[in-house]
Write a protein that binds this ligand. Structure first.
Ligand code: NDP
Ligand code: 2IT
Length: 445
């Protein structure tokens, strides 16, 4: 494999798809040596077959708002790779959604799902629909219109979507309702379902819990823990919520949350009733940062700024891609941050990652550190197939074990001669090897 040549060719074919090219570039650089040591990969064109999605479906989603006005959005599903199991990955509803973003997410998902040890292929989907400021009735009509197309290509053994940005329990409920009506089946086609109709306990918290469990494993290698640490979190959504809960439970103090308009710094820490208040704001599809600073006057709202400028021991980026750049990374390192565990997908830019690696910081890349969400989705599928449900303790124990196993795989492939673990390299190689070997076993298809 020649990484530069491959990337130039890919850029020619998919020019302007910057997030997709960024995600592929990082993986190619990590796996180059091991790939070239295994000539069977080259002759089966494994990498050329792995960087292109199996198929992409785009479709029109027409829906009517509360005033009777019709709107059109674009719907997508990118089925990336199903070598090790049915396609699996979330749906994102956000105005920025385009093919580049969904291809990067589907590509990352393929490696992440491979790391989980569960039999899941990679996929991603969504729409450029903006749920912000919409009524629940509008969100329901949009979800129904979106599912009217999507249901034709998904199924509990084919492709199993779940949540991502802008898609939580409420949206999954609306989509599940219409899927059930169209297919006449009540099955495990979506994960993140409600507790009373097939959902798994702990799934809502799972990504954030997993991100903290992964960080805990990294910290253990330095005889450190969350106890007494200052933690900065970005975003306040599905993932950030779980991360804040678990970090607080383990004795840390979480100082920040953020939205696209800025971040909140709360010197007293964000926990307990403050989290409940934030959840109420979120449930009503509102902005959270400013109202929080009005409700809790000791908290400061830093408009247009990111939480990485505030001093912390541990950083948990849980908002979106490329939300932590080189300047942010330098600030974190200068301020004594010892650990970054990514709840979001690709939140750190390549330049920021370079800074973390140069400074030998504990850096857990999203495809490893946020794999707890999809892992618990896999556990939800298992419970659906068995037609029973596990207790919260059982699910959390299994999740914790999976995160420990992912950490071990990263160490196996990422440990350098001086003992430093390059978790990014480790995650990319471990994720790749399983998918690549499955593709070899199954022939050229
Ligand atoms: P949510 O929509 O629940 O939350 C996203 C949060 O990030 C919101 O607080 C949002 O603010 C904020 N945000 C969005 N865009 C920006 C931006 N440009 N700058 C700063 N803040 C921003 O999404 P999730 O929590 O589900 O997803 C967050 C990240 O985690 C994504 O990268 C996702 O791919 C990843 N992830 C999600 C998993 C899941 O199970 N949900 C699993 C694994 C990874 P606001 O609402 O005000 O826009
Ligand atoms: O990025 C992710 O791993 C998710 N959005 C969760 C996917 C899933 O199928 O649970």
């Amino acid at each position: 494999m020649n990484v530069d040549k491959l990337l130039i060719e890919l850029e020619k074919k998919h020019s302007g798809e910057s997030e997709y090219l960024q995600a592929v570039g990082e993986v190619l650089e990590s796996i180059e040596d091991i790939y070239n040591q295994n000539p069977q990969f080259e002759s089966a064109a494994i990498i050329e077959r792995l960087i292109e999605p199996d198929r992409v479906l785009t479709f029109k989603v027409a829906w009517v708002d509360d005033q009777g006005q019709a709107h059109v959005n674009i719907g997508y599903r990118v089925q990336f790779n199903n070598a090790i199991g049915p396609y699996k990955g979330g749906l994102r509803f956000h105005p920025s959604v385009n093919l580049s973003i969904l291809k990067f997410l589907g590509f990352e998902q393929t490696f992440k799902n491979s790391l989980t040890t569960l039999p899941m292929g990679g996929a991603k989907g969504g729409s450029d629909f903006n749920p912000k400021g919409k009524s629940n009735a509008e969100i329901m009509r949009f979800c129904q219109a979106y599912m009217l197309e999507l249901w034709k290509i998904i199924g509990p053994d084919t492709d199993i979507p779940a949540g991502d940005i802008g898609v939580g329990g409420k949206e999954i409920g609306y989509m599940y309702g219409i899927y059930k009506k169209l297919s006449s089946e009540h099955n495990g086609v979506l994960t993140g379902k409600g507790r009373n109709w097939g959902g798994s306990l702990i799934r809502p918290e799972a990504t954030g819990f997993g991100t903290v469990f992964f960080a805990e494993e990294m910290l253990k290698t330095k005889n450190e823990s969350f106890k007494g640490k200052i933690v900065n979190v970005s975003g306040f959504g599905n993932v950030a919520w779980g991360a804040i809960k678990k970090a607080t439970e383990l004795g840390a103090r979480v100082m920040t949350i953020s939205g696209p308009d800025g971040y909140i710094y709360d010197p007293d820490g964000i926990s307990g009733e403050k989290i409940d208040y934030l959840m109420e704001l979120r449930a009503s599809n509102q902005d959270i940062a400013k109202p929080y600073s009005y409700e809790f006057p000791d908290a400061q709202f830093h408009e247009g700024k990111r939480p990485w400028e505030a001093k912390c021991d541990i950083a948990l980026p849980c908002a979106t891609q490329n939300e932590l750049d080189e300047t942010d990374a330098k600030m974190l390192v200068q301020n004594g941050c010892i650990c970054i565990s990514e709840g979001a997908n690709m939140p750190s830019t390549p330049e920021a990652i370079e800074i973390f690696l140069e400074n030998k910081i504990l850096y857990g890349p999203g495809k490893a550190a946020n794999a707890g969400g999809v892992s618990t989705s896999g556990l939800e599928q298992t419970q659906n197939a068995m037609k029973l449900s596990w207790t919260a303790e059982e699910v959390e124990e299994k999740l914790n074990l999976i995160m420990k196993n992912i950490h071990e795989s990263c160490v196996k492939y990422g440990k350098e001669p001086d003992g430093y673990v390059n978790y990014m390299k480790g995650a990319n190689i471990a994720g790749f090897m399983k998918v690549a070997n499955a593709m070899l076993d199954q022939g050229v298809i």
